[in-house]
Design a protein around this ligand. Structure first.
Ligand SMILES: [Zn+2]
Length: 435
C-alpha cells in the first residue's frame, strides 16, 4: 500500500514537472491549492486560524512573513497535531544521542535542523507527507528511470531518517553512511553496495573524488547528487574530474525538498509543492531571499516563511528541459554570510557577495587550491588556503573587487588552514561578526 502511494506521487510529480501549457495555468492551479490548503490548516492550527481571521485567505500573499524563530516560538500553536515543543525536543535529542533515527513520535518523524545560525529548529512530518516527499524526490532525481533501472542509493548524511526507509524495495535500495564516521571506513561497504546513485554534502563527494579510490568501485555511480549544502563551482569541478560524472544538486532543507537541478543543469523550484515569493536584496534584482508557502504540508505548515538563504536569479527564458517551473542559477549562501564593508565616500555599507570573492580566488590561485574567507570585523577578513600559495594575486583581486563595488578594501590577514569537519556545513565564505 505504501509503495503504491509513493508510486502515485512519483507519477504525478513527473507529469507536473513538464505538463503545463504556460505559467498562467500553473499559477492559477497553485493559487487554488494554496487557498484550499490554508482553510484546511486553519482548522487544526490556532496560529493559522488567527491569520485567516485577521487577514483573510484571499490576501495570503500579503500575510506577515514568518521565519524559523517565529515558528519555534509558537510551535505548540502552530502545528496541527497538538504536539508540544518540549516533548518533541526530548524525543529528537534521544534519537540524536543514540544515533538511532528509526523511531517516530506519535506517528510523526521529528527532525532537528543543524542550527548553523545558532537557532535550532524542530521539524515534523507525517507518514503521508513522507510518502509525497519520497515520490517527488524520486521523480526529480531519477528522472523517469525507476522502471528501466535498478537503483542502489548511497546516502552520506549527518543523521539517518525513517524518511529514507519509506521507499526501499527490490528495484530501489538505500544505504546510509554516517558522516560522523571517518570516510576511510566507509569504502569497503561502499564497494560492496556499488551504488548507482551517490548522494551527500558536496564536501564529502569532493573528498571521495579526491581520495583516488573511485576506481575501487566496480563501476562509478551514474548519478551524483550534492545535498544539504551549496555546491561550490570549485567542488563541482573536482567531483566531475574524480568521478567522470556531472554532479546534480538537490536543494533540500528541513523546511522541505525545495528544488533540484534538471538535465540542463538549472535549478527548478518544486512548484508543484511550493509557491516562492521573492524579497529582492539588491536594486538590480539579481538576488533574492525566498519566502515559501508549501501547499502540501499540513502537520507543521510552512506559509509565508522566509528562508535564510540568498538565491541568484535565473535565466527567465523557458528551460530547454521542458519544465515551466521557475529556474534559478544557484544558492549564493546564507543571508548571514554576505560580507558587508564600509563604502568609500561615506556611502554606508556595501554588500560583497560570496560569489564575487570566490571568483577573486579562482582567478588568482592554482587549480585545486582550497580556500576560506571569514569576515571578523567591519574592516578585516581572515583568509586561509590549502596548499599554501602566494596570496599577492588574491589581495590584488579583492582590492580591485572592492574598488569596483565602491567599498573600502578590507585588511586581509592570513591564518593557518583548518580542515572543516565533514559533518558540519561547509561555508568557504562567511561572516563571524554580529549583523
Ligand atoms: Zn530545466
Amino acid at each position: 500500500m505504501e509503495r503504491i502511494v509513493i508510486l502515485r506521487h512519483y507519477l504525478e510529480a513527473r507529469r507536473r514537472f513538464t505538463g503545463w501549457s504556460d505559467r498562467c495555468a500553473l499559477e492559477r492551479w497553485q493559487e487554488n491549492r494554496v487557498r484550499r490548503h490554508l482553510r484546511r490548516i486553519a482548522g487544526g492550527s490556532p496560529y493559522f486560524a488567527r491569520r485567516v481571521r485577521d487577514f483573510g485567505v484571499a490576501a495570503w500573499r500579503d500575510w506577515p512573513v514568518t521565519h524559523k524563530a517565529e515558528m519555534m516560538a509558537h510551535f505548540d500553536d502552530w502545528n496541527t497535531a497538538g504536539i508540544q515543543l518540549q516533548e518533541a525536543f526530548a524525543f529528537a535529542e534521544r534519537a540524536e544521542r543514540s544515533r538511532d533515527f528509526s523511531g517516530t513520535f506519535r506517528g510523526l518523524t521529528v527532525g532537528l535542523s543543524s542550527g548553523t545560525s545558532g537557532s535550532r529548529g524542530l521539524f515534523l512530518a507525517s507518514a503521508s507527507e513522507r510518502r509525497r516527499w519520497a515520490g517527488v524526490l524520486l521523480a526529480r532525481v531519477l528522472r523517469g528511470t525507476l522502471w528501466s533501472h535498478r537503483h542502489r542509493v548511497a546516502l552520506f548524511l549527518r543523521a539517518d531518517s525513517p524518511l529514507y526507509h519509506t521507499i526501499g524495495s527490490r528495484r530501489l535500495r538505500f544505504a546510509f553512511f554516517d558522516l560522523l564516521m571517518p570516510l576511510e571506513e566507509h569504502w569497503p561497504r561502499l564497494r560492496t553496495f556499488s551504488p548507482t546513485v551517490l548522494a551527500g554534502p558536496p564536501s564529502v563527494l569532493t573528498e571521495l573524488a579526491a581520495s583516488g579510490r573511485v576506481l575501487d568501485l566496480l563501476r562509478p555511480p551514474a548519478i551524483l547528487l550534492g545535498v544539504a549544502d551549496v555546491l561550490d563551482p570549485v567542488d563541482g569541478e573536482r567531483i566531475r574530474s574524480g568521478f567522470g560524472v556531472d554532479p546534480g544538486q538537490i536543494y533540500q532543507a528541513t523546511e522541505g525538498f525545495l528544488a533540484a537541478t534538471c538535465p540542463q543543469g538549472r535549478f527548478h523550484w518544486n512548484e508543484d509543492v511550493i509557491v516562492v515569493q521573492k524579497e529582492w536584496v539588491d536594486a538590480g534584482r539579481t538576488r533574492y531571499v525566498p519566502v515559501l508557502t508549501d501547499f502540501r504540508r499540513s502537520v507543521q505548515p510552512i506559509v509565508r516563511y522566509r528562508l535564510d538563504d540568498v538565491i541568484v536569479r535565473g535565466d527567465p527564458s523557458p528551460c530547454p528541459c521542458g519544465s515551466r517551473f521557475e529556474a534559478f542559477e544557484g544558492i549564493e549562501g546564507r543571508c548571514d554570510d554576505l560580507l558587508r564593508i564600509p563604502g568609500t565616500d561615506g556611502r554606508g555599507e556595501v554588500t560583497i557577495y560570496p560569489d564575487f570573492v570566490r571568483r577573486a580566488f579562482l582567478l588568482s590561485v592554482p587549480l585545486g587550491t582550497d580556500f576560506a574567507v571569514t569576515q571578523i570585523s567591519a574592516e578585516e577578513w581572515e583568509i586561509s588556503v590549502r596548499p599554501a600559495v602566494d596570496l599577492d594575486g588574491v589581495r590584488q583581486q579583492i582590492g580591485e573587487l572592492c574598488r569596483l563595488q565602491g567599498a573600502r578594501s578590507p585588511k586581509l590577514t592570513e591564518v593557518p588552514w583548518e580542515p572543516p569537519p565533514l559533518h558540519a556545513k561547509r561555508r568557504r565564505i562567511r561572516r563571524r561578526i554580529a549583523p
